[in-house]
Design a protein around this ligand. Structure first.
Ligand SMILES: Nc1nc(=O)c2c([nH]1)NC[C@@H]1CN(c3ccc(C(=O)N[C@@H](CCC(=O)O)C(=O)O)cc3)CN21
Ligand SMILES: CC(C)C(=O)C(=O)O
Ligand SMILES: [Mg+2]
Length: 264
């Protein structure tokens, strides 16, 4: 029987310089399958607005959608750590953040993830004080796609890069348990990782972080439309879904994924 994955497990991975695997999940059956394959963290991502609902961004997703899918995944998961996203505009005030996070935790989440930067510090502290582990999602934050003018690599210039590193340090000091970095140059991820002591999860951020995450539909080749460059199809060459999840888990653990062609 594998041990359940907890926040402590992620901290130990960072301390041991060993990598952990994360995948999005939205339903009980595939959550059970990924969990059985050894995937360390399951994220109920607001990417469900794109891969389940068919929108071109994540903005239409509601807190009720997230609660529903968190319940579904919670009933399938056994050992994996369950993280859930706060969707667009459920983060307006600290009070609303506490309320939204409370609803996700009651639905079965064990950690919540919020998109943002240093301005989240007060809410992060409020959540941490109440026993809610928080992951802050930085870099390419898809809920800001219209402010960015597209899904673009973030932190390419030195001013932006330094700003992101300082924000991560502020959030760690505020009580963030984990940082997730999306679509940044590999060297920035490496610098940010060295500047904080909490576990860092990357997507399109290169191999020099502690955890890797992908959208499940992307790594199964089930996404309609353009797939980001940091994605690898793990179903191609696998005999079953569970084999594909295991191949991903092992490639991450052994740091064979991401490779150079998946990095910015
Ligand atoms: N299916 C899916 N996969 C994801 O990774 C994902 C979602 N949906 N929905 C929410 C966000 C949106 N994401 C995206 C979507 C596209 C790119 C993309 O096309 N990026 C370009 C980089 C462009 C540049 O160089 O600035 C790429 O080539 O990968 C990146 C992240 C990540 N998240
Ligand atoms: C891509 C991951 C990090 C995410 O936030 C999501 O799936 O919503
Ligand atoms: Mg998300």
């Amino acid at each position: 029987m594998p041990k359940p994955v907890t926040l402590r497990t992620l901290v130990e991975h960072r301390a041991n310089a060993s990598a952990f695997s994360c995948l999005t999940a939205y339903d009980a059956s595939l959550a059970r399958c990924a969990d059985a394959a050894g995937v360390d963290v399951l994220l109920v991502g607001d990417s469900l607005g794109m891969v389940l609902q068919g929108h071109s961004d994540t903005l239409a997703v509601t807190l009720d959608d997230m609660i529903y899918h968190t319940r579904c995944v919670a009933s399938g998961r056994q050992h994996s750590l369950l993280m859930a996203d706060l969707p667009f505009m459920t983060n307006v005030t600290t009070e609303q953040i506490l309320h939204s996070a409370g609803a996700l935790m009651r639905a079965g989440a064990q950690m919540v993830k919020l998109e943002g930067e240093a301005w989240l510090a007060e809410a992060v502290t409020a959540l941490a004080r109440r026993g809610v582990p928080v992951c802050v999602h930085m870099g390419l934050t898809p809920q800001s796609v219209h402010a960015f003018g597209g899904y673009r690599v973030q932190g390419r210039d030195e001013v932006q890069a330094q700003h992101l590193i300082e924000a991560a340090q502020t959030l760690e000091a505020a009580g963030a348990a984990v940082i997730l970095l999306e679509c940044v140059p590999r060297v920035l991820a490496q610098r940010l990782h060295a500047a904080v002591s909490v576990p860092v999860i990357g997507i399109g951020a290169g191999p020099e972080v502690d955890g890797q995450i992908l959208v499940m539909h992307d790594m199964l080749g089930a996404t309609s439309g353009r797939v980001p460059r940091f994605v690898r199809n793990f179903l191609a060459g696998s005999g079953s879904l569970q084999d594909a999840f295991r191949a991903y888990h092992e490639a991450v653990r052994e740091r064979r994924f991401p490779a150079d062609e998946h990095c910015f």
